[in-house]
Write a protein that binds this ligand. Structure first.
Ligand code: PSU
Ligand code: MN
Length: 346
């Protein structure tokens, strides 16, 4: 199982090559030379701060050329904050922890395999790894998928944009993002800007409660944010507003209590970039309505990318500006939390 993978990773003397570190126990499988970049491997060995970054937002969440620019910006921001960025993706059937710029470029190009132009075909979640590795596929890891890999290699802080959730009418369709169950069973701290109101936010919070996931607003109040907007109308059970408190919570969860459950920090979009307008609410409602009419709302992993792309179209790209700002903001916080967390676990 996964413990086997992790134990092996710790105990096996790994070989280093130009592409990174090979994990020998997986090399007997065709196309299964997974790679942890040397920089990430060193940081893991030395207990230095590391921030995991997802790649589904590059392959599916935002259109070119913004997706590549944002992917690069997040890595740069994490570095500037004194942590090592580890963008996680699946490339030719190999799990990559830390991407080269060429690899990032490749998955950001919507004309090549693995990037899917908002159709969802490139998304890699927990259920997809085993088949996608066997078939040599390329794709972007969702929050759930990124958490799986981060946890396997020992990365505990992960920054991204928007969490998946319970979809509207999810009580009937059972469309509930695997991000929520992943938080319930994988000990990684996730920092995001809340949940888009393409989703059912109150039910998403209920589901996270059922999964036993600590949910905190990262601010001086417990207003739960809704991605573009700073206030969803819901409250978080908790709030913290410093990296050291956030790191202490992760330490309590993972070390002190050894709970095998993630932690969710919801960092509101910066005030100057917030988008509370009636126009975005109207666009979201229209996109959801259209998805129900044209049947997309029942098409599994396609639903979220389709809605994201449609909202962007309907707002003529204006929503993209807050999208960029909020991801850059969570990258800043991710680095700060990772620095404090490394201090506690040294
Ligand atoms: N929400 C966003 N932007 C995104 C996603 C969600 O505002 O890019 C992506 C993330 O990768 C998330 C995934 O993990 O969509 C959730 O997809 P689904 O609803 O199919 O679980
Ligand atoms: Mn879904």
């Amino acid at each position: 199982g996964l413990d086997y993978f992790t134990d092996k990773l710790k105990s096996v003397k790994v070989e280093q090559d130009s592409k990174g570190i090979s994990l020998p126990q997986l090399q007997s499988q065709p196309r299964s030379q997974h790679h942890v970049q040397p920089e990430v491997q060193d940081a893991l060995a030395l207990g230095r701060p590391i921030v995991a970054l997802e790649s589904a937002l590059v392959t599916d969440g935002m259109p070119p050329p913004t997706n590549l620019a944002v992917g690069r910006a997040c890595e740069r921001i994490v570095r500037e904050g004194g942590a090592v960025p580890a963008t996680i993706a699946l490339i030719d059937g190999r799990v990559k922890v830390g991407l080269s710029d060429a690899e990032l470029e490749r998955i950001a190009d919507w004309s090549v395999e693995g990037s899917s132009g908002g159709t969802g075909r490139g998304k890699v979640s927990r259920r997809d790894f085993a088949p996608a590795i066997a078939l040599g596929r390329t794709g972007g890891t969702t929050i759930a998928g990124t958490m799986v890999v981060a946890n396997l290699v020992g990365i505990k802080v992960f920054a991204t944009g928007g969490l998946g959730g319970v979809h509207r009418n999810g009580q009937n369709t059972l469309d509930i993002s695997a991000d929520l169950t992943e938080l319930g069973r994988t000990p990684v701290g996730v920092i995001a800007s809340g949940i888009k109101s393409i989703l059912d936010i109150p039910r998403t919070l209920e589901y996270l409660e059922t999964q036993g996931v600590p949910v905190l607003t990262y601010a001086d109040n417990n207003t739960f944010p809704a991605f573009y907007a700073r206030d969803s109308g819901c409250k978080s059970p908790w709030n913290v507003n410093t990296p050291s408190l956030a790191a202490q919570i992760l330490y309590n969860q993972f070390h002190h209590l050894s709970l095998q459950t993630g932690v969710f920090f919801a960092a509101p979009v910066p005030e100057h970039a917030a988008y509370n307008g009636a126009s975005i609410q109207a666009a979201i409602n229209q996109a959801v309505k259209e998805s129900e009419e044209n049947g997309v709302s029942t098409r599994g992993k396609d639903v979220t990318p389709w809605l994201l792309a449609r909202v962007m179209e309907l707002t003529e790209g204006k929503s993209l500006q807050s999208n960029i700002a909020l991801i850059e903001n969570t990258s800043v916080i991710g680095a700060q939390v990772a620095v404090e967390y490394a201090r506690l676990t040294k």
